[in-house]
Design a protein around this ligand. Sequence first.
Ligand code: BES
Ligand code: MN
Ligand code: MN
Length: 462
Amino acid sequence: MSAAAFIEKNKDRFLSELLDLLRIPSVSADPKFKNNVFEAANFVKESLEKAGADVAEICQTAGYPVVYGEKIIDPALPTVLVYGHYDVQPADPYELWDSPPFEPVIKKTTIHPEGAIFARGSADDKGQFYMHVKAFEAMMATGELTCNVKFMIEGEEEVGSDNLDAFVIANKERLKADVILISDTHMISMKDPSITVGLRGLTYMEVEVTGSNRDLHSGTYGGAVANPINVLCKMIASLKDENEHITIPGFYDNVQEVSDEQRQRLNEAPFDLNEYQGKLEIEAVHGEKGYTTIERVGIRPTLDVNGIWGGYTGEGAKTVLPSKAFAKISMRLVPGQDWQVIASLFENHFKAIAPKSVKVKVKTHHGGAPAVVSDSSVGYQAAEAAMEETFGKRPIPTREGGSIPIVALFQKELGSDPILFGFGLDTDALHSPNEHYGVTNYFIGIETIAAFFRHFRKLSQQ
Ligand code: BES
Ligand code: MN
Ligand code: MN
């Protein structure tokens, strides 16, 4: 039996196993789910064993463990390293989900007429890394495994992969591979397959602005003492000018400019602004002057407030002049920018613009480097050929706005080409209520991964 026939025959089981994994609330950000995160690691380890791995281990780190697995069929053959993450984002706000986030259900949508799996982590990243486990199983079962394979599935991606750099550096030899496959990104659409060749970096900050030493009556003191929420809003507003250009001194200093020719190529990707706005129910897009939407997301840095709080937010009205205000602010970075340098530029500037009437504290949460990957490596060519085979159309290279900090570290420490082989769609609602992943995406992903192994072996030996 061919791997493709095996996949077809085992469809129901492949789907129900993914649903079992999705039932485990492995939220890495919230200590309440600690046991579930370990439970998910164990689930991954057992799936690798059942699929036919010779080695399947739970490797302890200073945080949540990395699950490592391997099947070496012949050391002389090329080796594929698969990276993914079994942790998920918090499901909050729960009330905005149409069905409970950890009770997966399959429902039809306009974009997914054959059905999509609704659950936290369905697209990011359980549904996507699990395709690799199932492709591996199918290739093992049918004698079609043509390359050695290693798996490295981590549990802290959604909280910044703090302990992963050390793990990769300590296990360099073991992780040695000819190519790294990562399915944790999007394609343009089912009819326009694409391969991601750029990701943005990230610097994540939190600020605290303090006015008076206690909350005050907003009538007795209002107008005479600084309101830290008002001040914070003004400070945040000043971080961008009228062209949506970031005003932090030195912020753009090392940004690598993209050539006109490259910009033109990026803009040739299929993109319909009306459709984009329609899907988000917005009348207009918003961003840096002089750049298209594709460029704003793919090649330009930006700054966003992720959350802002302080004062009274309960029922009814309470008059109060609060003592403190807070905000979580992230900056997406592009090649040339160093996330730690940006963190200190932000901190210095934020303190410098604070009026004397308030005190400011700035804290760095985490960060990660941007990455650009080759669109001509052997791995890329194999991915291109595999997608062309299953989608019937040659994929195009795109740059995405999200971040996977470990990609740059892989390039630096392991020196092998990472391939961002994602099968999701931008409508999958990652990190949002009602996250979902197309059933068709899941199965075409499994098939395409199996095809990748075939093409990679062939192209590596040419
Ligand atoms: N899978 C995403 C990254 C992603 C999403 C890349 C969509 C391209 C398209 C990943 O799990 C993620 O959410 N990363 C975080 C960064 C991390 C350091 C918390 C992000 O991009 O916010
Ligand atoms: Mn992810
Ligand atoms: Mn994510």
